[in-house]
Design a protein around this ligand. Structure first.
Ligand code: SAH
Length: 374
């Protein structure tokens, strides 16, 4: 896997760049120059790094070393301002990255983005969220998710994960920390099945690109051992867990991963997760009409997560071809939410973003055929 992109500079940490610079017989401060150029300035080619002597740039090219940033191949713009990017890696593998201006209620998680004005949004958004992919395809096979239909193609490298963010920031012409950018690792793939590359990308995004880890959220389908690993990290995103069911029976049917790590183990990991000051865990719950959205399910959910410092993001199913479930009516969604709220569980109904261009949760499928051309 590493072979594909080991010629990329993007994805290398400062010590790795220092090593490289030394191998080329260059002074050690060149490592910092490279680091700044790759992550802060976000160059697309080494030729743009004017702080480096021409001769050094030429020798990098001769050795086959390039920036290796994934390339934006297609771009679909939704009527709500969301942009879905089809991004191509060096080996031709494509993934999707989504740009959501003006927050996104659910992903940000606390409902603080509710003051959304669609008529002026295109020009006046104050912040944005980028939804990042961690794998090409996915192995987890959740029954309601379009990405699952692809199967797993491969893990993304740290450079490819960071590169999605760099490509989208450059396309949008924004630079953190000047502009408030949130990241959610909720695109294609299961980040916790590509844990090391994912965490390396997080550190580069914090140290290099300049996005605070407190503005990042990673979502997992429930890879329990990695939840403990994440809790032990000194620098880490916030954690979201895709629950999607209120009992084992239902969850094992909807998410086969539950047969490996059941709700008891998953909720134990959630309870054990060392939350920081004022931090909350997020549980995501996709509502499927008459499958997991009854009043009884809501009460079961309340009991299941009792005592966990958490909020619940409710997502009414985003439909897609080949998905055998229906979207519940608004009334059922609100009934479900009200039961949680009455029990004192903070819960939010996530507004779907970019459904018309297949950019919403569970709709990412590396697809050009599903959405109308812009
Ligand atoms: N694999 C990770 C990261 C992907 S996040 C995870 O499962 O958490 C994608 C989120 O979208 C998950 O919370 C998932 O439950 C949700 N989702 C999947 N398919 C969906 C659909 N069709 N409609 C709405 N949400 C969906």
């Amino acid at each position: 896997m590493d072979e594909i992109t080991h010629n990329s500079l993007l994805g290398l940490q400062l010590p790795e760049l220092a090593h490289l610079v030394e191998e080329f017989g260059q002074p050690s401060y060149r490592a910092r120059q490279l680091f700044e150029a790759l992550y802060r300035q976000r160059v697309e080619s080494a030729d743009e790094i004017l702080t480096l002597p021409q001769d050094f740039r030429r020798r990098l090219a001769e050795k086959g070393l390039s920036v290796g940033r994934p390339v934006i191949e297609r771009k679909f713009v939704s009527s709500d301002g969301t942009v879905r990017y089809l991004v191509a890696c060096a080996d031709g593998q494509t993934v999707e990255t989504v740009w959501m201006p003006e927050g996104d209620e659910g992903e940000t998680g606390d409902g603080s983005d509710a003051g959304y004005q669609s008529d002026v949004m295109a020009r006046t958004w104050q912040r944005a969220t980028i939804c990042v992919s961690s794998q090409a395809g996915c192995a987890v096979d959740c029954q309601f998710c379009l990405t699952a239909l692809l199967g797993i193609k491969r893990n993304l490298t740290a450079g490819e994960i960071v590169g999605q963010v760099c490509a989208v920031l450059s396309d949008q012409g924004v630079s953190p920390p000047l502009v408030r950018v949130n990241l959610v690792f909720m695109g294609m793939g299961e980040p916790f099945l590509n844990y090391d590359n994912f965490m390396k990308a997080v550190r580069l995004l914090v140290e290099g690109v300049g996005i605070s880890e407190f503005r990042m959220t990673v979502s997992t389908a429930g890879i329990v051992p990695r939840i403990y690993d994440l809790g032990a990290e000194t620098v880490r995103p916030k954690l979201a867990i895709s629950l999607n069911a209120s009992n084992d029976d239902s969850r094992s049917r909807l998410m086969p991963v539950n047969r490996k790590w059941n709700l008891e183990r998953l909720i134990s990991a959630a309870r054990d997760f060392p939350l920081r000051n004022r931090e909350k865990l997020t549980f995501e719950y996709v509502l499927l009409d008459r499958v997991n959205d009854s009043a009884e399910n809501a009460r079961e959910l309340v009991e299941l997560i009792r005592g966990v410092r958490a909020k619940v993001n409710l997502i009414a199913l985003n439909p897609g071809p080949g998905i055998a479930f229906r979207t519940p009516a608004q009334g059922r969604v609100l009934q479900f939410q009200n039961i949680l709220l009455s029990a004192g569980v903070p819960s939010f109904v996530r507004r779907p973003r970019g459904r018309d261009i297949y950019a919403a949760c569970g709709q990412l499928k590396r697809t050009v055929e599903l959405a109308p051309a812009p």
